[in-house]
Design a protein around this ligand. Structure first.
Ligand code: PRP
Length: 219
């Protein structure tokens, strides 16, 4: 690994963090400081000029687009929603989820075409949701939430939700059932467009190392 080129990698805090740490360790990065449960948000990779930046998942594309981070790890769902000008380098294969439309099981609705005119749809993904319902020719009011979207139908805020589901547990525990799949998503490695050109060698080398590790997992 090139020690001379400074490189910042934006890592999403939360559910993907463990998998990112494992992957980075497998290519030889010392992630001991990243595992330290302190509140530090910039974490060096000891013995290198590399560092991790710990960000809210939805902010990772922003840090990368503006060059505050050279690289970032982010779910395809967030990438699709953010529409930031970044280079998508690699599908890291983990964090596989479905982006779905779900409704209360008690509603009896089995198809999105059965939703009433102007139904309210709660989501963290307003752009994706608006475009999806437009494509389906369904008039819906999109209500943006920042999390715990499953609450929407329970408290009467929304008739349906658009959200990601991994195990299905959150839907089930809140009386919701998926009725339509919008997309399958997984975690992506992204790069700042300028960094990708200027620091091509070191970024390309890391991508190739990730590729080897990921291929080993698949075989
Ligand atoms: C995500 C998603 C669902 C849940 C689905 O939320 O928005 O709520 O995970 O996972 P499951 O199918 O495995 O139950 P997250 O945990 O990221 O928190 P948030 O709702 O606060 O965004």
């Amino acid at each position: 690994m090139n020690k001379a080129t400074p490189l910042t990698i934006a890592v999403p805090k939360g559910r993907l963090q463990g998998a990112v740490i494992s992957l980075c360790e497998e290519v030889g990065m010392d992630c001991s400081e990243l595992k330290d449960p302190s509140r530090r948000l910039i974490v060096p990779v000891p013995g290198t000029t590399w560092r991790f930046l710990l960000a809210k998942p939805a902010d990772v594309p922003t840090y990368v687009e503006y060059g505050a981070a050279d690289l970032g790890v982010v779910g395809k769902d967030i990438l699709l929603e953010s529409r930031k000008d970044v280079a998508e380098l690699l599908d890291l294969g983990f964090g596989k989820c479905r982006l779905i439309v779900a409704v209360p099981e008690s509603s009896g609705i089995q198809d999105i075409q059965e939703l009433d005119f102007n139904s309210r749809v709660a989501t963290k993904f307003p752009r994706i949701t608006t475009e999806f319902f437009n494509r389906q020719g369904i008039q819906a009011e999109v209500v943006e939430l920042n999390g715990s979207v499953e609450l929407g139908p329970i408290v009467g805020l929304a008739d349906a939700i658009v959200d990601i589901t991994e195990t299905g547990t959150t839907l089930e525990e809140n009386g919701l059932i998926p009725i339509t799949d919008i997309a399958r998503v997984s975690t992506r490695l992204i790069a700042n467009q300028v960094s990708y050109k200027v620091k091509y060698d070191v970024i390309h080398s890391l991508v190739e190392q990730f590729r080897v590790v990921l291929a080993g997992k698949r075989s």
